[in-house]
Design a protein around this ligand. Structure first.
Ligand code: UT7
Length: 340
């Protein structure tokens, strides 16, 4: 048995905002943002878009691709959706507080009447957690065969646009993969994962208002809505250690030499974090996939968006070994070894 990736998809809002455009409204500059993060632009969801609408579009792209279609083919989507047993959505920016989950909204939007649906809350590591969770849920039951795992976010809706230290970092988007349990006996698909957390760092990346601990009260004048607060330095230090540790662990457990790995797809939070980890582990530049310049930090969507880009560009061949590695709010970290 193997849990293989059958197809991928992504959805990114059309509204592309460059650093220079941002600098017209915020006290920042293209030079600062690029030199501190590697970000050149971000895509911002329109008023008619939401985390669930981006997730639905990415899901439809993946299901159409699974049927051999380019773009979205609604007939193919309908047919494929009926075969889904599970929909997992990793997000830190769900449409609604508590319930319904984004996964249930997408389940309905697809007409995936046979699928269980739930969200995963693991910060920017959510998609990595999602791949391992879906693999486990498919593997443990004879009756489950196909799962959609999606990372979807509208972070620009919870960015504090008065805090130049955080708001310039984020973008919106979604990426989806279709997993299928196959009878393959050799090593294929999601072959190993590492998942971890360090809740002692929970305040380093936090949305403090709006939850049950600190709810908005009737009649209260809300100075600040629910926004992301971040201790950038603390997250940076955690991230470099988490990325290097996860890669080393996965390579060690799988007995992998660097030469054997085609791509490492890190969470796209800051190009400097990725380069620092790459330097420590002597990872050749061409193996580290970077697209942060175009999308900024899309949290749990960044890894599946990158996977879809590589896949659609024809850069992944059967048998290629890929590592994903994520880190983020929680604090959480994790990685997957995927044999394409
Ligand atoms: O996916 C979630 C995980 N999040 C992360 O991985 C984020 C990790 N952390 C980081 O990426 C970095 O810490 C940041 C990019 C957030 C910040 O970079 P930094 O090198 O740690 O900058 P800093 O916060 O120490 O700020 C340095 C200076 C300050 O000015 P002074 O006090 O030295 O005069 C800031 O006020 O840069 C200033 N600054 C800015 N200047 C222009 C902060 N933000 C901006 C800005 N434009 N947008």
């Amino acid at each position: 048995m193997a849990i293989e990736i059958r197809a991928t998809g992504r959805a990114v809002p059309k509204n592309r905002v460059t650093n220079d455009e941002l600098a017209k409204k915020i006290d920042t500059s293209d030079e600062w943002i690029r030199s501190h993060t590697g970000i050149g632009a971000r895509h911002i969801a329109g008023e008619d878009q939401s985390t669930s609408s981006l997730a639905l579009e990415a899901a439809k792209q993946a299901l159409s691709a699974a049927a051999g279609k380019t773009g979205i083919d609604e007939d193919a989507v309908k047919e494929q959706a009926a075969t889904l047993d599970l929909i997992l959505i990793a997000t830190a920016t769900a449409d609604y507080y508590g319930c319904p989950s984004v996964a249930c909204l997408v389940q309905h939007g697809l007409g995936a009447v046979n699928a269980a649906a739930m969200d995963i809350s693991a910060g920017c590591t959510g998609f990595v957690y999602g791949l391992e969770t879906a693999s486990g849920l498919l593997g443990i039951s004879d009756s489950r065969k196909r799962a959609l795992v999606i990372g979807a976010e509208t972070l620009t809706r919870v960015a504090n646009w008065e805090d130049r230290g955080t708001c310039v970092l984020f973008g919106d988007g979604a990426g989806a993969v279709l997993l299928e349990k196959t009878g393959e006996t050799g090593k294929r698909g999601i072959v190993r994962s590492v998942l971890g957390a360090d809740g002692s760092g929970s305040e380093a990346l936090i949305m403090r208002r709006g939850g049950t601990k600190n709810p908005f009260k009737k009649g209260e004048t809300v100075e600040l809505p629910t926004v992301i607060e971040m201790d950038g330095r603390a997250v940076y230090n955690f991230a470099v250690k988490a990325v290097t540790g996860a890669i080393e662990f996965l390579m060690d457990r799988e007995g992998l030499a660097m030469d054997a790995i085609k791509y490492i797809i890190p969470h796209q939070a800051n190009a400097r974090i990725i380069h620092a980890a790459g330097k420590r582990l002597h990872i050749p530049e061409e193996k580290l996939y970077l697209n942060i310049e175009e999308y900024a930090n899309t949290s749990s969507a960044s890894i599946p968006i990158a996977l879809d880009e590589l896949n659609k560009a024809g850069k992944l061949q059967k048998g290629d070994i890929i590592l994903t590695v994520g880190f983020g709010g929680g604090l959480t970290y994790g990685g997957n070894v995927i044999i394409w």
